[in-house]
Design a protein around this ligand. Structure first.
Ligand SMILES: Cc1ncc(COP(=O)(O)O)c(C=O)c1O
Length: 287
């Protein structure tokens, strides 16, 4: 099956999907992105993803390359052309192509690219046994709420996790508090059965999966504390999990080599995952 991508108004073979070397994303990381899962050719939580995209663009004063309705049309067209049932759609918008100079260029249109890949769901064993994480210092900038393509600190942290044989790196501030992971949000469940997760301020990316999880947890009557947790609290927790578009809700059973709770995926985590699967089913019909 040939892979088709989208570049500024054209549907091209993936090997031809290119922007100019003076794309400001390439030279300054001056751009934003979104990752949206699709099942049965239907996009999951499309609107919240597009709303976050709009917020990110606005925060960086990048003029959207097209109205949201047109963007939604292109996304559907790309899915149709790739003829995949399930997978992930990646979209990136940069400030455009211009002679290299730091201030915003005056007459440049944003560059829009999109690509589709296969599903990236966690392995069955990762869900049934849980995954391990390591902690890493958070080296990122102060506007982590913007889904910016400037991901070098995330790349380095994730590489450290990969090197250590862990699934994810949890990023720790100078006081030992964990806001989120390199590529995911996270939460712990205390002995009282309460979920603790960071509030969405400028210190973390407001994940769409996290929002859905919170909504599901509230409906289930689970108490939620919106605050960052320390490494010590994570080590003493009953359960822990991470969340993202590509990981769904994934049990975390070990942090820096210390077992969390029983060392097995927790009851509340697995219930939330079950509810999340129902959420996917309700929107896309995918079991
Ligand atoms: C730093 C960071 N936090 C959180 C998330 C989770 O966001 P979402 O649930 O919207 O995929 C991601 C996903 O890419 C991320 O990179």
């Amino acid at each position: 099956m040939s892979r088709i991508s989208y570049v500024n108004g054209r549907y091209v073979h993936h090997s031809q999907a290119m922007v100019h070397m003076e794309d400001r994303g390439y030279q300054f990381a001056d751009g934003v992105y979104e990752v949206i899962a699709f099942y049965n050719r239907r996009l999951l939580d499309e609107i919240p993803h597009l709303e976050r995209l709009e917020r990110s663009l606005k925060a960086l004063e990048i003029t959207p390359p097209m109205p949201q309705a047109s963007l939604r049309f292109v996304m559907r067209e790309l899915l149709a052309r790739n003829n995949r049932e399930d997978g992930t759609l990646y979209m990136q918008i940069t400030r455009g192509t211009a002679r290299r100079d730091h201030p915003f260029p005056k007459h440049t249109r944003a560059n829009l690219v999109m690509a589709v890949t296969g599903p990236k769901c966690p392995k069955e064993k990762e869900v049934s046994e849980g995954v391990s994480v390591i902690t890493q210092p958070d080296l990122r900038w102060a506007r982590r709420d913007i889904k910016s393509i400037a991901l070098l600190p995330n790349v380095l942290a994730k590489q450290a996790a990969t090197h250590a044989g862990a699934r994810e790196a949890w990023l720790m501030d100078e006081n030992g508090f964990i806001g989120e992971g390199a590529v995911s949000n996270n939460a712990i469940v205390t002995a009282k059965g309460e979920i603790t997760t960071s509030p969405t301020d400028q210190h973390i990316l407001g994940g769409i999966t996290r929002e859905v999880m919170l909504e599901l947890a509230r409906k289930e009557g689970i108490k939620i504390l919106l605050k960052p947790f320390s490494v010590k609290e994570a080590e003493a927790a009953e359960e822990a999990f991470l969340m993202s578009t590509t990981s769904n809700i994934l049990p975390v059973t070990c942090i820096d080599g210390t077992k969390i709770g029983s060392g097995r995926p927790g009851k509340i985590t697995l219930r939330l995952l079950e509810l999340y699967h129902e959420h996917i089913y309700r929107q896309t019909g995918k079991r």
